[in-house]
Design a protein around this ligand. Structure first.
Ligand SMILES: NC(=O)C1=CN([C@@H]2O[C@H](COP(=O)(O)OP(=O)(O)OC[C@H]3O[C@@H](n4cnc5c(N)ncnc54)[C@H](O)[C@@H]3O)[C@@H](O)[C@H]2O)C=CC1
Ligand SMILES: O=C(O)C(=O)CO
Length: 386
């Protein structure tokens, strides 16, 4: 039996018991739950990653819904515990939900929410930051300065890659991949090559229109290409950013062979999920190819890095912070809370999870709907007409 975990309680007499496994940014999400008669319990345990046993102890005998985190293992054991406690709603505070066994949730009749859209630009901006940091060797140069090694300008000092006119490759051109592509095309006048299972017509139209605009100004236009295979992107792009979901089809998408296909001076950025890249193969590739550079926000065995990665000068590493802007994190908390609240209240599912803005407007009450439930169809939940 797990020992009890520490909690903070809001609105103790609320009718519905909603648990958040972590304190989350902002207060709007708490207020929205309280206004709808929820007792909100926030786990304040000083432990970064809660175990399944910790969460079972939190759920207890009566629980209507849980807001959880991407570090937690939401499988059959937790969904069974939630269902036994009378709960029918769970939401990740994340858009990615590879930590959730959706089939297990379906089996126990639990709705699974996620938080799309609100983190698109913030995550794309971090991918762009890593692209620049790697291209211009910012972290290496910063360490050099702080170590007191700078003794004057030199023609060869920290020479990196110019982005303008080069080709940016995007693997997984969904919400975040497309936003990143636009930033790199518009910001740095790069050409685009992308690979996705689906065509991104909006992205193609944007690049075409921007290319026309540049041409009309007498500038070199930009071009786009939809690759017919991922290898085509790897062969042709100078900067490659990974933005697919993590599933069986994308596990170790980047491995020894795919790394060998890339240009020797290419830049690889990963802000999707760590296991999309075979990190052992990546460390070896970085050792063998000092001009190849990476920018990583996510890692295969988070929170750990594979041996050797931390020593590589040609790697920029940050601790899974791609969605970490105040507005985004508060918005993620709000969407996650509204997913759980909406299911408890029997609201329908918002018809377009790509357009969640009405839920984020602080000056008006949110629509009476769940912003994004990924297993709505499997559970036969009604869809909002709004
Ligand atoms: N590092 C971080 O903090 C963050 C990471 N993420 C990760 O980014 C992922 C993408 O998020 P969104 O863009 O909002 O999702 P999305 O669903 O809009 O885009 C994912 C894209 O991947 C494509 N895809 C799926 N399988 C593929 C394959 N085998 N090959 C190529 N493309 C494939 C899909 O067709 C889709 O267009 C999330 O699932 C999450 O894992 C998201 C937010 C923050
Ligand atoms: O939302 C996600 O999927 C993240 O990784 C954190 O924002």
């Amino acid at each position: 039996m797990a020992k009890p975990v520490s909690i903070q309680v809001w609105n103790p007499n609320g009718k519905y018991r909603v648990i958040s496994t972590k304190p989350m940014p902002g207060t709007r999400w708490i207020n929205l739950l309280i206004e709808q008669d929820c007792r909100v319990e926030i786990c304040t345990e000083k432990k970064t990653i809660l175990s399944v046993d910790d969460i079972i102890a939190l759920i207890g005998n009566k629980c209507d819904g849980v807001i959880g985190q991407l570090t937690e293992d939401w499988g059959d054991t937790l969904f069974a515990a939630l269902s036994r406690a009378g709960g029918k709603a769970f939401s990740n505070m994340a858009v990615g939900y590879n930590n959730v066994d959706v089939n297990a949730a379906n089996k126990h009749g639990v709705a699974v929410g996620n938080t799309p859209g609100v983190l698109t630009e913030t995550t794309a901006e971090l991918a762009a930051s890593l692209s620049l940091a790697a291209a211009r060797r910012i972290v290496e140069a910063d360490e050099f300065m702080r170590a007191g090694l700078y003794d004057g300008w030199l023609p060869h000092l920290f020479v990196g890659n110019l982005l303008k006119g080069q080709t940016v490759g995007v693997i997984g051109a969904g919400r975040i991949g497309s936003a990143y592509a636009r930033m790199m095309v518009e910001g740095f006048k790069m050409n685009l090559i992308y690979y996705d299972l689906y065509q991104s017509t909006r992205l193609e139209k944007f690049v075409t229109a921007y290319g026309d605009f540049l041409k009309s100004n007498g500038e070199q236009p930009v071009y786009w290409k939809r690759a017919s295979s991922m290898e085509e992107v790897l062969r042709e792009a100078d900067v490659i950013s990974l933005h697919p979901v993590l599933d069986k089809t994308t596990y170790h998408l980047i491995n020894k062979n795919s790394l060998a296909t890339m240009k020797k001076e290419a830049i690889l950025v990963n802000c999707s999920r760590g296991p999309v890249v075979d990190e052992v193969a990546l460390v070896e590739h970085l050792k063998q190819n000092p001009m190849f550079r990476v920018g990583l926000d996510v890692f295969e065995d988070e929170p750990f890095m594979k041996p050797g990665l931390a020593e590589m000068k040609n790697a920029v590493v940050v601790p899974h912070i791609a969605s970490a802007s105040k507005w985004t994190r508060e918005g993620m908390a709000t969407l996650a809370a509204l997913n759980v609240l909406g299911k408890i209240k029997g609201y329908p599912i918002w018809s377009d999870p790509n357009r969640v803005e009405p839920f984020l407007n602080e000056n008006s009450p949110p629509p009476a709907a769940c912003p994004s439930i990924v297993n709505a169809k499997a559970l036969g939940l009604p869809v909002s007409k709004l």
